[in-house]
Design a binder for this molecule. Sequence first.
Ligand code: DI6
Ligand code: FE
Length: 400
Amino acid sequence: MTGFILQNAQIATMTKGGADYGLIEQGAIVVVDGSISWLGSAPDIPQTFSHLPIEDVDGRLITPALIDCHTHIVAGGNRAREFEMRLQGASYEDIARAGGGINATVTATRSASNAALLASALARVDQLIAEGAATIEVKSGYGLDCETELRMLRTARAISKQRNIRIRTSFLGAHAIPADYADRPDAYIDDVCIPTLEVAFREGLVDAVDGFCEGIAFSPAQIRRVFERARSLGLPIKLHAEQLSNLGGAKMAAELGALSVDHLEYLDEEGVIALSNAGTVAVLLPGAFYTLRETQKPPVDLFRQYGVDMALATDCNPGSSPLSSLLLSMNMACTLFRLTPQEALAGVTRNAARALGLAHVGTIETGKSAELALWDVTHPAELAYRMGFNPLTRRIVGSL
Ligand code: DI6
Ligand code: FE
């Protein structure tokens, strides 16, 4: 048995029901073979661990390693030109309808080499790792043809061969209607999206299935067909829903047992109740809200009232959220959506794990994987409070 003890720590366990971050002051964590074997007050460390090396962390804060549960981190090119166009008055939807937006990134992704796709993704992944992330969800959806969707998913898997990070992939074939199917979204779903899902699944490239349910993308009925195929393959589902308008996508996804529904600015109370009944996580994406200068806020008070767990993610993508900082996402969620710093930290740890269906990470508890972040702060609220400052001392991800 190999292991070590971290002691003289302030531990934000983030366990459910734990009052105020589940804090343990003057705490110790015993890590054996990559798992948390014990945690508590330093004087109580059991004798059986007395042979393990001890590291004094000088009163620093330990949290679960961070989890980014919604990214489009594999993508070709960038859309800085659209940023300029929006500053001159064009809306995100205007640009999408004129053939820009997601379809502009589709063109760039199709023409990018595998090496270029991986290199640009790794630059963004490294930013997240530098902030203590140990798990990143990565979506396809900028291929919209079989070959490029598979290349995106293989690139996502390749990230975890290059870096010490867990990657969870989501197949997002139903992200946008490609130009060659412009007026035939149903044909795209039947002829491209579902067959590509089947091929990707057989190659072991898919951990979950996502979609974009919106006026500029797919209807709930179209997404439902993709989800029914996903479920018959035994794959979990999640959905971009109610970002720009309320089409009822979140309710449909929740009724099919979705792990999460994401964005949700336009979700109504009926939708919130559907999430609550299904135990579906609400993933908030303040980077997209900020970038698009949205004014409609997600229904945070209703999520609290109905006990819907809120996760937070970067939505790292070249169009609506060119953001690769979870710490800044936390700050934005507090300032823009009025989350508490504790809710923000739960959003990138415990609830982000739930949004990905991962039971063994996201909190600091006996038996869970020892995936930890060590911070040079005196109180956990500091993580959400600062902007553009990274107090990470170290990431501990022994078991990955
Ligand atoms: N919603 C988003 O925020 C991203 N995808 C989606 O369905 C945006 C993707 C992009 O603009 O490239
Ligand atoms: Fe997204």
